[in-house]
Design a protein. Sequence first.
Length: 167
Amino acid sequence: MPFTTILSVISTTAIVAAGVFAGVQLRLYNKQRARESALQLVQSFRTPEFHSAVNIVFDLPEGLSKKQLEDRLGDKLVNVLVMFGTFESLGILVFRREMEIQLVEDFFSGIIILSGKKLGKYLVEVREASDRQTYYEWFQWLYEQFEKREMKTPPVPAYVAFSAWKE
């Protein structure tokens, strides 16, 4: 075999190997990024304000007006606003594909859908009062995405879906 052919084979092999290596590195980077996203999600709901807001939302009737909600919650409304801020951030991250929607759905779909249903009137009135339609826009977007997904495929609890799971 001529020397030039050997060099050509070696250079082609090196290029292919570099491509494979780059692909493996990219895959590892994406896994690391997903893991970091999951850890950030866990941290975002480990605050007392967030836990308080979840309990508040569970206990609220649907369709309260802005005034009714403010009167009912008083100082505790701040906790609900903290929760809205968390969901607003998650909506942006999902939309920009910085975080997988499935991951956020696994963590938060229940409380996001419940909050969207129970606090929808409040959000509309906040936007009208401020003349700013962008307040909590990404929270609403995320809520609507989860609703659409659940219409296509109803949620199955993890303890049912993965009951046959083994280590």
